[in-house]
Design a protein around this ligand. Structure first.
Ligand code: KG4
Ligand code: ZN
Length: 335
């Protein structure tokens, strides 16, 4: 079953064709990051407009690169939640038009479920149940993936998302948006023990996390150095911050795997591209006899192949939509 999927929830316009949830026939991603970098973050209206310009040509490109005729597409999928609402609506409306024109089913996909499905693309034998950590710009979630479409939230951040924290710290260090990758590059030349930073706990749920106190502590280090006119070890601070986030996430994820009784753990979302986090979580899980599954960095950030992959399982579960499908800025991954 060939699924043509679209993703426009934030600042990447993406289209892809995936066969049977596993084989990527084509995947094209157009990032708007350079444009939003001028403003230090995503400007929603600009994102919507750029999606609208890019969507149709990207769809054509995805079909062309897949080497498939329109008649060979069996269903159309789209991210319908969560994300920037104006951005989501561009993709949803385009997908409706495509489904109508092709006379094929329309499959709505939750963005976080899509991130999880990047694991199915990277590991052909991976199947639920497993525990998962999804860390992106907007979410930090520990999930129990009981089945492809039966997903329960076991823990989450109480305040900022991990990716958001990377972006804010990067900005304070004078790095361009989006900050995660730039901060990782800066951290490569620093020592992870250069600064001692706090590891705030989450709320009452032992699987919850918190990052705003850590972010504030890093900003204080930067401000204090500026006020005193002292030199700042930027690379050391970036490395210490990264190590702290990686340790918090790895610790909670190991706890989640144990509480949920899952031997396999999937790491996904944009922050999963971070080498320090990948290594820390891999080692922490191996130490307790559990296995980490993490997609290659190119599949961690937003793309449409992961949406097409999850769409196959949503379709198998009968979760298609009518032409009245809407987009939602907020929606639980357990929906
Ligand atoms: O999943 P994603 O592409 O988009 C959302 O759904 O939000 O995640 C984007 C987030 C951004 O906050 C970005 O800074 C972060 O992922 N990110 C990273 C790295 N690459 C991207 N964070 C840490 N290290 C990286 N190498
Ligand atoms: Zn994402």
């Amino acid at each position: 079953m060939n699924i043509l999927a679209f993703e426009t929830s934030c600042d990447e316009t993406a289209a892809a064709v995936v066969a049977d949830g596993r084989a990527v026939r084509s995947s094209v991603v157009l990032s708007q990051a350079d444009m939003h970098a001028l403003y230090g973050g995503v400007v929603p209206e600009i994102a919507s407009r750029r999606h609208m310009e890019a969507m149709a040509p990207l769809a054509e490109q995805a079909l062309r690169e897949a080497g498939l005729a329109r008649a060979e597409i069996d269903a159309v999928a789209v991210t319908h939640a969560p994300g920037l609402i104006g951005a989501l609506l561009v993709g949803v409306n385009f997908a409706k038009g495509a489904a109508l024109a092709l006379q094929k089913p329309l499959i709505p996909v939750h963005h976080i479920r899509g991130h999880l499905a990047a694991g199915y693309l990277a590991y052909p034998d991976l199947m639920p149940p497993f525990a998962a950590l999804v860390a992106s710009g907007g979410h930090t979630l520990l999930l129990d993936v009981r089945d492809y479409t039966d997903i329960v939230v076991a823990g989450s951040t109480c305040d900022d998302a991990a990716g958001e924290t990377f972006d804010k710290v990067a900005r304070a260090l004078g790095l361009p948006y989006p900050g995660g990758a730039a901060l990782e590059a800066l951290a490569a030349s620093g020592r992870g023990d250069a600064y001692r930073l706090p590891r705030p706990k989450g709320g009452d749920n032992p699987l919850d996390m918190s990052f705003s106190g850590l972010k504030t502590a890093v900003l204080q280090v930067i401000n204090r150095a500026a006020q005193k006119g002292e030199p700042l070890d930027r690379a050391g601070l970036a490395a210490s911050f990264t190590r702290t986030v990686a340790e918090i996430l790895a610790g909670r994820t190991v706890q989640a795997a144990e509480v949920l009784g899952r031997s396999a753990v999937v790491l996904a979302g944009g922050v999963a591209a971070n080498g320090t986090l990948r290594a820390a979580l891999g080692a922490a899980l191996a130490a307790v006899g559990r296995t980490l599954y993490v997609p290659p960095p190119a599949l961690c950030g937003d793309n449409a192949a992961m949406i097409a992959a999850q769409a196959f399982y949503e379709w198998r579960a009968g979760r298609t939509a009518g032409m009245d499908l809407n987009g939602y800025a907020n929606a639980s991954a357990a929906m």
